[in-house]
Design a protein around this ligand. Structure first.
Ligand code: NIG
Ligand code: FE
Length: 424
């Protein structure tokens, strides 16, 4: 007999219906497909029906007889949230650098002096696979508690073949063991190791010739990312890395124009990246080229918030026709949060986005940014039964009562994993 889960009678169900073929742009980012007094029916982990509670009761009375019922009366239901940019697998924390930055040191300064990404690289290289697994597993549970059911995870704190593989293998193991879906990205080009600063081209060669073939061969990643930034990797080096990845079937992503304008957005359009991320300093022309080329813009306002930088102009990007997604950028240096709902708050309060747009940006557009749009990101028949239930009477309240966790229930492929705000 099939297992039926019936999420019944929510005050609002936000379906995100109709955006699975193409990421939502412009006005379409406001079309959230809201149903009042809505219900969701899941059969064997897959969505069977979404509609008004009345319609579902009438049409599926037989199936409902043996259903597990989750009463969502007075609450708001969304697709399980999707976080399309995280540095999930890493060791240690950097609160010391936070204190330094509060006293005026800059993020890049700290990195160039051997802290920053290098500090986390040292900690990650030292950590055993078991330690990385354990720390990352705990982070995944926190993501779940904040309503996230799918995430992307990058390597990039290994910076040698051995340690990049260690990070990616841990992510793969977690993808098997933890209910959250994890999509992996190889980011061997996250920083030039301190002792190779004099010869960055040789490091780029190693990323391409030594690391990439093994990552591809072992199928440890779908995407290939690079930190294209002055003092890290130049646009030429980034192009070389992304083009080489394509030959191995790795789809390009890019950390672009985060600290300084550096033509990262333009490069994303040129190489046909699936997404370009950060974009705080992206040029208008770059944004237009991205929109033209169908690149998703992944904005990370938690990073601007935490680095006390100017926010990306999400409003302008959406108006220019760029499909926008939002993400935590979870990492120990520039964005040590796991709260995607808080990122939604920042999207509204700091980037001029509407409550509808931030919902689109953390569900279906986020799914498009990691190639998961056919499986997750909306509540539509045939998609995974991934559902987040917030203890708020309407979705507007999510961005209104900011900085607190409203998640009540999380269902992943029909299984209740969070109940009453705690792990079930
Ligand atoms: O996305 N900008 C580069 N990489 C990360 C930060 C990594 C770190 O500081 O450890 C980011 O912001
Ligand atoms: Fe990042």
């Amino acid at each position: 007999m099939s297992k039926i889960v019936y999420i019944s009678n929510a005050a609002q169900v936000v379906t995100m219906k109709g955006h699975s073929e193409q990421p939502a742009k412009k006005e379409r980012m406001s079309e959230v497909g809201m149903i009042e007094h809505g219900s969701v029916l899941i059969e064997d982990g897959v969505i069977l029906a979404v509609g008004t509670d009345q319609d579902i009761r009438a049409e599926y009375s037989e199936k409902l007889e043996n259903a597990e019922v989750i009463d969502a009366t007075g609450k708001t239901v969304t697709p399980g949230l999707v976080d399309p940019h995280t540095h999930l697998v890493h060791a240690g924390t950097r609160e010391n650098e936070y204190a330094m930055r509060l006293e005026g040191r800059s993020y890049m300064d700290i990195m160039n002096a051997g802290g920053g990404i290098h500090a986390t690289t040292r900690a990650t290289q030292k950590a055993t696979s078991e330690e990385l697994y354990e720390q990352s597993h705990r982070r995944l549970n926190k993501f779940l508690l904040h309503g996230v059911t799918t995430i992307e995870a990058k390597s990039g704190y290994g910076l040698t073949l051995e340690h990049e593989l260690k990070q990616l293998r841990v992510a793969k193991e977690l993808e098997g063991d933890h209910p959250i879906d994890i999509v992996s990205t190889f980011m061997g080009a996250h920083a030039v190791p301190m002792d190779e600063k004099e010869n960055p081209e040789a490091f780029v060669d190693r990323v391409i010739d030594e690391m990439m073939p093994v990552v591809a061969e072992e199928k440890l990643a779908q995407f290939n990312d690079v930190f294209c930034e002055r003092g890290v990797f130049t646009p030429d080096q980034s192009r070389r890395i992304l083009e080489a990845g394509k030959k191995h079937g790795l789809i390009p992503k890019i950390h672009a124009d985060e600290i300084e304008p550096y033509e990262g957005a333009e490069l994303a359009a040129e190489v046909g990246a699936i997404s370009a991320d950060h974009l705080l300093k992206a040029s208008d022309r770059g944004v237009e080229q991205m929109a033209e080329a169908g690149v998703v813009g992944v904005l990370l306002p938690g990073t601007a918030f935490f680095l006390m930088a100017e926010f990306a102009d999400g409003r302008k990007m959406i108006d220019k026709g760029l499909p926008v997604a939002l993400s935590t950028d979870q990492n120990p240096g520039s964005s040590p949060t796991i709260s995607l709902p808080f990122i939604m708050n920042l999207g509204c309060l700091k980037m001029g986005m509407t409550p509808e747009e931030v919902l689109t940006a953390t569900t279906i557009n986020a799914a498009h940014a990691i190639g998961m749009e056919e499986k997750v990101g909306s509540l539509e028949v045939g998609k995974k039964g991934d559902v987040t239930i917030f203890d708020v009477p309407n979705y507007l309240t999510l961005s209104y009562q900011y900085g607190m966790n409203h998640v009540d229930t999380v269902v992943k492929e029909g299984k209740t994993l969070v109940r009453g705000g705690s792990l079930a």
